[in-house]
Design a protein around this ligand. Structure first.
Ligand SMILES: [Zn+2]
Ligand SMILES: [Zn+2]
Length: 278
């Protein structure tokens, strides 16, 4: 079973998210657990949590078909004390929200180091993650690979591997692989997506891959830019995505569309699911 769906809105109430995904024919989805543009949101209400749970069950979304994404304000690699503190509190809050919603893992970006050297940033990210894991329960952290713009960490798979190796709690860390970010970072998913995925699995193992973000790219290979495009309309093209629908290692993991045109989501989902049935 392939869990495919978009990153849906939680406007009005988070419990509406499963319905929004189902309407598009999705078998999985991603979401923010709060308004991602603000530092502090009011706690999830018990009613919303219950309704979310009921809707998940009613619409047949298992918990592992959903991958929540932490807000972009969070920067685990920052060298600034105030931003670090705010990021940390927000991350704790988001981990708690994921736990209350009974979700398996929370997706985060490793952050941008800005201050100091790259190695300093890596150490700060690892410490951030470890401290978050020590203050929370059960929910895993899914570290996402990036395109590596500017001082953004995590464009090379070996860097994510290194973060995991430096962590005191690697058993609670997994990874999310974004196809557009791979392409931006110089992994040729257009030329040979199978080979790139083999590298992912040989580095991390099947268990560690929590999910994927399936995005085409507006920018060329090794551009180190992060610009998503609808599937088949970018420089990656549709073929590699169809290929992924025959990779059984991806079954049972959320495969999320973060593509820019909402109007195309239903069609993108249909194409992928149909291919997966072949
Ligand atoms: Zn992504
Ligand atoms: Zn991106």
């Amino acid at each position: 079973m392939y869990y495919i769906g978009p990153h849906v809105s939680i406007a009005k109430d988070i419990s509406l998210a499963p319905e929004r995904a189902k309407e598009l024919g999705a078998t999985g989805f991603a979401l923010f657990t709060k308004n991602q543009k603000i530092w502090k949101a009011k706690p999830l209400e018990e009613e919303s949590i219950k309704a979310f749970e009921e809707n998940m069950k009613r619409l047949a979304f298992p918990r592992e078909s959903v991958l929540p994404h932490a807000g972009y304000l969070i920067n685990p690699a920052t060298g600034k004390d105030d931003l670090r503190e705010k990021s940390f509190l927000l991350m704790l809050d988001e981990m708690e929200r994921a736990r209350l919603l009974d979700l398996k893992a929370l997706n985060i970006h490793p952050g941008a180091y800005v201050e100091g050297e790259r190695e300093d940033g890596i150490k700060r990210t690892v410490l951030f993650i470890d401290q978050v894991l020590e203050r929370t329960e059960s929910v895993m952290i899914a570290l996402e690979n990036t395109a590596g713009a500017g001082t953004v960490l995590g464009d090379k798979l070996e860097e994510l591997e290194k973060m995991m190796a430096l962590s005191k709690h690697p058993e609670r860390i997994g990874i999310t692989i974004d196809t557009m970010h791979l392409f931006g970072a110089g992994y040729d998913v257009k030329g040979n997506v199978g080979k790139v995925m083999d590298e992912v699995f040989s580095r991390f193992g099947e268990e560690k891959l929590i999910g994927m973000h399936l995005n085409d790219s507006k920018v060329p290979l090794s551009s180190h830019k992060d610009r998503h495009e609808s599937l088949g309309e970018g420089l990656i093209g549709i073929e590699p995505f169809l290929h992924l629908m025959h990779d059984e290692r991806l079954e049972g993991k959320p495969l999320v569309l973060e593509t820019p045109n909402e109007e195309k989501w239903a069609e993108e989902i249909r194409i992928l699911l149909d291919e997966g049935k072949k």
